[in-house]
Structures are given as structure tokens and as C-alpha cells.
Write a protein of this length. Structure first.
Length: 154
């Protein structure tokens, strides 16, 4: 059972890394496009542009922290610590660190998107994943409460 969990977790980590790489490639293409337009003088630099870059950088840091929390969660489970408050806290952190930055980035960057429907679909996909992780955290919390009640029963 642990082997199957490890395989699924490694697959999920590979998918997360692939998503980060794809995002960075897309961001570099957009950066190059913006750089070229900026050199042509077609689009002046605005405060919203600088603010948007800062927000995207901060969200990238939050996503890296999310990745680290998920790795810690997997390591806790591999060490036999499945139902613990630390795991519940890690799952809640991962869930909220996916939902909040995604909503912020979509809200700030939506006027700049060429394809708003595609960007909205991507954002909804990320938010759905975050909400699913939050549901898993609550399921772990309920399981932990049941375990604690069972330990107190004679």
C-alpha cells in the first residue's frame, strides 16, 4: 500500500514540476513579447505593470512554499505519521496557498489576457485542486478527531 502511495505522490510531484516549468516557459514568452513591445515604445510602463510583476513574483514564492509543504506532508506519511494535526495543518496550508494566489493573479492579470476564457479555465482548475485539498484536510481532521475519541473510549 505504501508503494502505491509513493508512486502516486512521485507522479503528482512530477506533474507539479511540469506545471511550474510550463508556466515559466509561458512567462518567458510573455516577458519577451513585453520586452519587444517596450523597446518599440508601443506600451508605456505603468504602476499596475510593476505591481503585477511584484504580485506574480510573490505568488511564485508562495507556490514554492506550497511545494515544500506538500513534500513535508508526503515525508510525514512515509514515516508512518498519517493522522496528525501537523498533516492537517500542512494540507490546509497547501490548499489555501493554491486558492488565494490563483484568485489574486487572475483578478489582477485578467485585463491583460488575450484569451480570457482559457485563462479563466486554468484558474478554475487550480482553484478546484486547492478546494479538493482543503476537503482532504477536513477529512483528515475528522479522522483525527474520531481517532482521538476512540483512544479515550475504554
Amino acid at each position: 500500500m505504501k508503494k502505491k502511495l509513493n508512486i502516486l505522490c512521485v507522479l503528482l510531484l512530477v506533474l507539479m514540476i511540469a506545471g511550474i516549468v510550463m508556466t515559466l516557459v509561458g512567462a518567458s514568452d510573455d516577458f519577451h513579447k513585453g520586452w519587444t513591445e517596450g523597446q518599440d515604445g508601443s506600451e508605456p510602463s505603468t504602476l499596475l505593470g510593476t505591481f503585477g510583476i511584484l504580485i506574480v513574483f510573490l505568488c511564485f514564492i508562495v507556490y514554492l512554499y506550497t511545494f515544500a509543504c506538500f513534500v513535508r506532508f508526503i515525508l510525514n506519511i512515509n514515516h508512518g505519521e498519517v493522522f496528525s494535526w501537523a498533516n492537517v495543518d500542512l494540507l490546509r496550508t497547501v490548499g489555501w496557498c493554491i486558492v488565494v494566489p490563483t484568485v489574486i493573479i487572475f483578478a489582477i492579470m485578467s485585463p491583460d489576457f488575450d484569451n480570457l476564457w482559457g485563462a479563466g479555465a486554468d484558474a478554475i482548475g487550480f482553484i478546484t485542486e486547492g478546494v479538493f485539498i482543503l476537503i482532504m484536510a477536513e477529512a483528515f481532521a475528522i479522522g483525527l478527531k474520531l481517532k482521538e475519541e476512540q483512544d479515550l473510549t475504554i
